[in-house]
Design a protein. Structure first.
Lengths: 266, 339
């Protein structure tokens, strides 16, 4: 970000995603109520909240994958004005419990992440192959790139899907429960990957139900019953109080060895 | 190029080569099987009648079986990708029951039978089958309110299938004399395929193959789920419409020419996938080849097993395909521990 002149780096401080008055319904039920929030650029924001708070729905709405009222801007541009391909190059989305693609190899799946960058019908370029290799290596999935997804364990499959999202190499990366099925070493690897992305100026937004992992983020968005109840820095005491409140005072946030941890209050 | 990619790509290449060679062998075999036996091929050069038997009957019908199988294999691969269901088959959108109803109505109203060799009558029946198949798919789309919800599409297809099947049965009850002719259509047969039908199927196959190949990435994306495909910027709405179009046209064409041939469309993509893990662009081509080889082989068996009589090829594909499916289910339950 050194190429920007001037004392105030406006582009950097422009939010990566800005939502205004977003409402969404699933079936008959209104899931999101008038949500307005700005997610800072080159930061990792985590969305947390109790079950059914609307976290995944919000992430989908922010990714432009769900019909909603209100407006969402991506990197300063209204999402509605972006063509599907333009949006896909700037924003990558990783869903949870998406279907399996059992008969594609790990390599082919990761290569699908390059679709937004490939002209229609054009074969993959050397740059695409390089991006796929980087992504598969980042999630330690490179060694079994030739195996079909159906032959992998849940955690291995999740790492391939993660690599698929990383291979997009988008400015903004939205991930819904990216750590599902991952063992602790690979969770730690994921944290390092995300930190690396943020250091490189990318924006990461994740939905995490594991509060202690969510507290590793830069920013926390706390949700309950389809509303954002608090947004603040992860080290901020006010954020901790908001977290404890949204989980009905059943958790406590403690500091241990320089890291914030959520422990159950019995 | 990645080593992983090349490994599966090499497998796909060998499979394509093997299926291509098998096709050639089967075409040659198809020319020599028939009521007058292999003699016709030997005397082809001298005897004009033997030449006619080979060039006007055996060759077009063998080629017809190949093309019809290819269309069904293509439709099966598209259906399984589109509905993200490995058990989807080309007849899901009601095209089979629509074609049956079209043929039943044509026979009942016009008094023509599939045994009539006159080409005009034949064109009338295949035309009716094709129109019936396409109308049934359109009806399914109407009932499902478009192509956006695959589950609704599947349910609508089932409903249309049941309703049209009932109307076909009613027509047969009212006109019992067409029952036998109808039976031969329902079982599927390549006996009436001539050069015109071959040319038609070849043209449709070429166009549909190209269209499906261009949609390969959409099918790959869909395999990751609809939301993920959408997040990749794929124009899902019109790609899905185009895929339904490919499905309807290839199935309608095949059904119109060779009747309701069971299981080829279901089994062909499965066999390919069990041999090679590849993207839909290649899978579609390989499934077509596999379907072509399966149906040509079944057709030759049907003609040769009880010669000089012949079995309806649909019976054979149903028995063979059904056993394959049972074996597949058995293997699947064994692997997942009876789940």
């Amino acid at each position: 970000m050194t190429q920007n002149p001037g004392p105030f780096d406006f582009a950097r401080h422009l939010p990566a995603i800005e939502a205004r008055g977003v409402c969404a319904t699933l079936g008959q039920r209104q899931v999101l109520h008038d949500i307005s929030l700005a997610l800072p650029r080159a930061r990792w924001s985590s969305i947390v909240g109790p079950n059914g708070a609307g976290k995944s729905t919000l992430l989908k709405a922010l990714a432009g994958l769900l019909p909603h009222s209100g407006s969402v801007a991506l990197l300063g541009q209204p999402m509605a004005a972006l063509r599907g391909r333009e949006r896909a190059q700037r924003l990558a989305w990783l869903g949870q419990n998406e279907s399996a693609a059992d008969d594609l190899t790990a390599y082919d799946v990761a290569m699908l992440g390059r679709l937004p960058h490939q002209p229609w019908l054009a074969p993959a370029s050397p740059a695409d192959h390089a991006a796929v290799e980087r992504a598969l290596r980042a999630t330690q999935a490179w060694d079994w790139r030739g195996r079909a997804l159906g032959q992998l364990s849940g955690g291995e499959r999740q790492r391939v899907l993660l690599a698929r999202a990383l291979a997009v190499e988008a400015e903004v990366l939205l991930m819904d429960e990216p750590l599902a099925n991952l063992d602790p070493p690979h969770q730690a690897d994921w944290l390092l990957t995300v930190r690396g992305l943020v250091a490189a100026g990318k924006t990461v937004v994740s939905v995490l139900h594991e509060i202690s992992l969510a507290l590793q983020a830069d920013e926390l968005v706390v949700m309950a019953r389809g509303r954002v109840t608090h947004q603040g820095a992860c080290f901020d005491a006010a954020t901790h109080r908001a977290l404890e409140q949204v989980f009905e005072q059943r958790i406590r946030i403690h500091c241990l060895a320089g890291q914030w941890l959520a422990v159950p209050r019995l | 190029m990645s080593p992983a990619g090349t490994h599966q790509r090499r497998k796909a290449f060998w499979l394509a080569l093997g299926l291509g060679l098998a096709s050639l062998v089967l075409l040659a075999l198809g020319m020599s099987v028939g009521s007058t036996g292999f003699d016709s091929v030997l005397q082809m050069q001298r005897d004009p009648q033997a030449f006619l038997i080979v060039s006007e009957i055996r060759l077009p019908r063998t080629l017809g079986a190949w093309l019809s199988g290819a269309l069904l294999g293509l439709a099966g691969a598209v259906a399984q990708g589109l509905f993200r269901n490995p058990l989807a088959d080309p007849y899901l959108l009601g095209s089979a029951s629509g074609a049956s109803l079209g043929v039943a109505l044509a026979m009942a109203l016009l008094g023509i039978s599939p045994l009539a060799t006159h080409w005009l009558a034949r064109l009338g029946l295949t035309g009716a089958a094709f129109v019936g198949a396409v109308l049934a798919v359109l009806l399914t789309l109407l009932l499902a309110k478009g192509v956006q919800h695959t589950l609704r599409l599947l349910l609508a297809g089932v409903v249309i299938g049941v309703v049209l099947g009932a109307i076909t049965s009613l027509t047969l009850l009212l006109q019992p004399e067409i029952m036998q002719a109808m039976q031969s259509f329902m079982l599927g047969s390549t006996a009436f395929v001539g050069w015109t039908a071959c040319a038609l199927m070849a043209a449709v196959f070429a166009a549909m193959m190209l269209a499906a190949w261009m949609m390969g990435h959409a099918l790959d994306g869909l395999a990751l789920g609809e939301a993920t495909a959408q997040s990749l910027g794929l124009p899902l709405a019109w790609m899905r419409a185009a895929l339904v179009g490919v499905l309807a046209l290839s199935t309608g064409t095949a059904v119109a020419q060779t009747g309701l041939i069971a299981f080829v469309g279901l089994a062909a993509p499965h066999l390919v996938r069990s041999a090679v893990k590849t993207t839909h662009g290649r899978l579609i081509g390989l499934a077509s080849l596999m379907g072509a080889v399966l149906l040509t082989a079944a057709d030759i068996l049907a003609r040769g097993l009880v010669a000089p009589q012949e079995l309806p090829v649909g019976v054979l594909t149903a028995v063979l395909g059904g056993s394959y499916l049972l074996w597949l289910m058995h293997r699947h339950t064994e692997r997942t521990g009876g789940a």
